[in-house]
Design a protein around this ligand. Sequence first.
Ligand code: FES
Length: 107
Amino acid sequence: MVKIVIENLAQKELSDVDSSKSILNVLQSHFIDWMHACGGKGRCTTCKMIVVEGMGQLSPPSPAELKYSGLGQLAENERMACQTRALGSCRIRVPEESKLPHMDYTS
Ligand code: FES
């Protein structure tokens, strides 16, 4: 069973994750607000997430992610939620710059 834990959203645990959907879509289907300025088209990076554990469980980087990595806008421990599928379990965090004002983040 694929599971995603969001550390700084009070260790919120999403279980039974659909590996055919982007992580952004999975978050949305669990009613978790996540920044996605370009609408999930791979044209911003506002949907980025910090991957704390399970980087090897994620789908390979998309061309958009490779482009933004090359531009220095995506760190080695970051992925774009709209471009990434969880093939196995992982732990993620919302980066400081992608936090939404109405959400209650934890440490
Ligand atoms: S929402 Fe813009 S790149 Fe993911």
